[in-house]
Design a protein around this ligand. Structure first.
Ligand code: F3S
Length: 304
């Protein structure tokens, strides 16, 4: 886990008035920017492009529109079915995919660049092993998220996705979770399933360390801010989780994908004295810097 670079808060004058021409203090949560798995997937896709000419990604490589725009500009396009990648190589994204997709690629003779994040692969391996050992695998995660589908695929469709109050009839349950889940959700699922009688419960905390460190940083920054800007793709699970953490801390929230969207939140930025910036693991560092700079400028402009 990376060491937090969140700066120690500086003493502030008690009577600081937003109307005195001072910019808000903008604090960026650390770590931010791409996680290891996303960075690796992008690198593999770009290398694939150099080596094979035509490269496609099965679904969005990253849940971030700016990154997708950049990849498209470089000739790396998304397809929804392996059949569409017959004339090139197909990148399996960091979320992984069910084994039947890989089997289909083999059948079609498609060259595969497997960018499944090694941490996701570990969850897949655990789910497969538990199924082989006779456990009913329960996945704490979002039913339709590609990562969850890739985990379910390892159990020949036998695993179930957790929901509160679910009825489970099994002597042995193996619990795993989507790498981007919050620890609170995992705890709640464990507490719930532990209450089943005569049932063995094995729990695998498969939350990614990169996710945990970002969630901890988001919660630290939220505590110390009046307003928090969450930066990331609207379809990104880990970015949505950060927004949830900020809301739970009872702080005002602005969700943006890019710096230009901040203009719409001008009045809220004007009112804030301390602004936190947190970003999901699929958000490039340059976008985070851009947002922090724009927030500082906006708050200065508004306070003149
Ligand atoms: Fe992998 Fe963790 Fe990123 S599981 S894709 S390193 S958030």
């Amino acid at each position: 886990m990376q060491k937090s670079e969140f700066p120690t808060p500086e003493p502030r004058p008690q009577n600081l008035d937003p109307g005195q021409g001072r910019a808000a203090r903008v604090v960026v949560a650390r770590p931010s920017g791409f996680c290891f798995g996303v960075e690796r997937a992008i690198k593999l896709a770009k290398q694939g492009k150099e080596q094979h000419g035509r490269v496609y990604t099965l679904g969005e490589l990253v849940h971030n529109p700016l990154v997708l725009e950049e990849l498209e500009a470089g000739g790396i396009r998304k397809v929804t079915r392996p059949e569409r990648a017959r004339d090139g190589a197909l990148v399996i994204r960091a979320h992984g995919c069910p084994p039947k997709v890989l089997a289909r690629c083999r059948e079609l003779g498609i060259r595969v660049i497997d960018a499944t994040c090694p941490y996701v692969r570990k969850v897949q391996d655990v789910a497969r092993r538990l199924t082989e050992e006779g456990y009913l695998v329960v996945v704490v995660g979002e039913r339709n998220h590609p990562e969850v589908r890739s985990i379910l695929g390892q159990t020949s469709g036998k695993a179930r996705v957790y929901r509160p109050g679910m009825r489970v009839r099994a002597r042995k349950i193996g619990l795993v979770c989507q790498t981007t889940m919050s620890r609170d959700r995992l705890r709640a699922a464990v507490a719930n399933l532990s209450s089943l009688r005569y049932t063995e419960l094995r729990v695998f905390d498969t939350i990614c360390g990169e996710v945990t460190s970002r969630q901890d940083a988001a919660s630290r920054v939220a505590r110390q801010s009046d307003l928090v800007v969450v930066v990331g793709g609207r379809s990104s699970a880990n970015t949505s989780r950060l927004a949830e953490i900020v809301r739970q801390a009872g702080k005002r929230l602005v969700f943006v994908e890019r710096a230009s969207e901040l203009a719409k939140a001008g009045s809220r930025i004007r009112q804030a004295r301390r602004i936190g910036v947190v970003a999901g693991s699929s958000t490039p560092d340059w976008v985070v810097r851009d947002v922090a700079q724009r927030a500082t400028n906006l708050s200065k402009e508004d306070r003149r």
